[in-house]
Design a protein around this ligand. Structure first.
Ligand SMILES: NC(=O)c1ccc[n+]([C@@H]2O[C@H](COP(=O)([O-])OP(=O)(O)OC[C@H]3O[C@@H](n4cnc5c(N)ncnc54)[C@H](OP(=O)(O)O)[C@@H]3O)[C@@H](O)[C@H]2O)c1
Length: 297
C-alpha cells in the first residue's frame, strides 16, 4: 500500500462496504484513522465486516449506514439519517452480473439501477452533509470501454450479454462522475473515478465473513499473481483516489500493470465517450427523470 495521508478527523462513506473491494477500502481507511460509514443493505453482513475490521484495527472508528441502492426509499432514508459531515463518498457497491429480468425494488434494471441510478440518487440527497471540499470517488471498470450507453434506454430491456449491460452501467456511472466534476467546477468539491483492475477472491487474504477460498484454490491461483490481483490490492487505486493529495477533480485512477489488471495506483485513461458533456448531460437529465431526485448543484 502506498503511503497515504493520516486521515484522522475525516469521515468516509463507502457503499457496498461489507464485502470485496469495499471491505478492503474500509480496512485501509480505518487503519489510517478515518471514521468510516459502511453503507450496506444487510445489517448482519455489515456487523460481520465491522467485527472483521476490528480484528485488524482494534480502535477503528466505524458506523453502519443501512443502505440498499436497489431501493429509492432506502436511499432516501439513508440520506436523511446521515446527519454528520462527510468528507469522502466512495460509490463502490455494484452488481456485476444479472439476468435481463432482474430488477431493483423500483422495477429498474438491476445493474443500471444499482450501479448508476442508485448512486446518482444517493449523492443528490447527500448534498447537505457533504463537506465544502468533499470528494466523491466513483468505482468504474475497464469494462466501460465496451459499454455504449444510451441515455434514453437506461432502464429499458437490454440486448446482448449480462457483461455488456454491466459495462453500460459502469460507463454510465463514470460519465455521471465526470459530469459531476464539470458541474462542481466552481465549488471546492471534486469528483473522480478509479478502478481496481482485475481483482479476484483467491488472491485476497482471508478475512472472517468474506468469501472463503479453499487452500488448494489459493495455491493454484497464486500463479496468476503476475497478471491479476487480490481485492485488497484492488482497493489501492480507489483509496488513493479518495485520499491522496495528488488527485484532482476529473481524474481516473487504476493499476499501473499489464492491461491495468494489477499494480500500483496511477492515472489511467478513459474512452472519450464517458467524458462527453453531451452524454453526461443527457444521463443526468434521464437519471433525474427516472429517480425523481434532483441535485441542488
Ligand atoms: N472485482 C473486480 O475485478 C472489479 C473490476 C472492475 C470494477 N469492479 C467494481 O468494484 C466494485 C466492487 O466489486 P467487488 O468485486 O468487490 O464486488 P463484490 O465482492 O461482489 O461486492 C459487491 C458489494 O456491493 C454490495 N451491493 C450490491 N448490491 C447492493 C445494493 N443494492 N445495495 C447496497 N450494496 C450492494 C454488496 O453487498 P451484499 O453483500 O449485500 O451483496 C457487496 O458489499 C463494483 O462496483 C464493481 O463493479 C470490480
Amino acid at each position: 500500500m502506498p503511503t497515504l495521508l493520516d486521515l484522522r478527523g475525516r469521515t468516509v462513506l463507502v457503499t457496498g462496504a461489507n464485502a470485496g473491494i469495499g471491505y478492503w477500502c474500509v480496512e485501509e481507511l480505518a487503519a489510517r484513522g478515518a471514521r468510516v460509514l459502511l453503507g450496506c443493505r444487510s445489517a448482519e453482513r455489515a456487523a460481520s465486516a465491522v467485527a472483521s475490521v476490528r480484528t485488524q484495527v482494534p480502535d477503528a472508528d466505524l458506523a453502519v449506514a443501512p443502505l440498499d441502492l436497489g431501493s429509492l426509499q432506502s436511499i432516501a432514508d439513508a440520506a436523511s439519517a446521515l446527519d454528520e459531515r462527510i468528507d469522502v463518498v466512495i460509490c463502490n457497491a455494484g452488481v456485476k452480473a444479472a439476468t435481463r429480468s432482474a430488477r431493483t425494488l423500483d422495477g429498474l434494471d438491476l445493474m443500471m439501477g444499482t450501479n448508476f441510478l442508485g448512486h446518482f440518487a444517493l449523492l443528490a440527497q447527500l448534498d447537505q452533509v457533504l463537506a465544502a471540499e468533499a470528494r466523491v470517488v466513483s468505482v468504474g471498470s475497464l469494462a466501460h470501454r465496451f459499454g455504449a450507453v444510451d441515455a434514453e434506454r437506461l432502464s429499458a430491456p437490454w440486448r446482448g450479454s449480462s457483461l455488456r449491460q454491466y459495462a453500460r452501467s459502469k460507463a454510465a456511472l463514470m460519465a455521471f462522475a465526470f459530469e459531476l466534476d464539470r458541474r462542481w467546477s466552481e465549488s471546492g468539491r471534486s469528483s473522480v473515478c478509479a478502478h481496481p483492475g482485475y481483482a479476484v477472491d483467491p488472491l485476497t487474504p482471508p478475512r472472517s465473513g468474506q468469501v472463503r477460498v479453499a487452500p488448494g484454490i489459493r495455491r493454484m491461483a497464486s500463479i496468476t499473481r503476475a497478471w491479476v490481483q487480490g481485492k485488497d490490492d484492488g482497493a489501492f487505486p480507489i483509496v488513493h483516489a479518495a485520499t491522496a493529495a495528488d488527485v484532482v477533480s476529473g481524474d481516473y485512477w487504476g493499476p499501473d500493470g499489464w492491461l491495468e489488471f494489477q499494480g500500483r495506483p496511477t492515472r489511467v485513461t478513459t474512452t472519450d465517450a464517458v467524458r462527453s458533456p453531451l452524454l453526461g448531460g443527457a444521463l443526468w437529465a434521464a437519471a433525474e427523470e427516472i429517480t425523481g431526485v434532483r441535485f441542488a448543484t
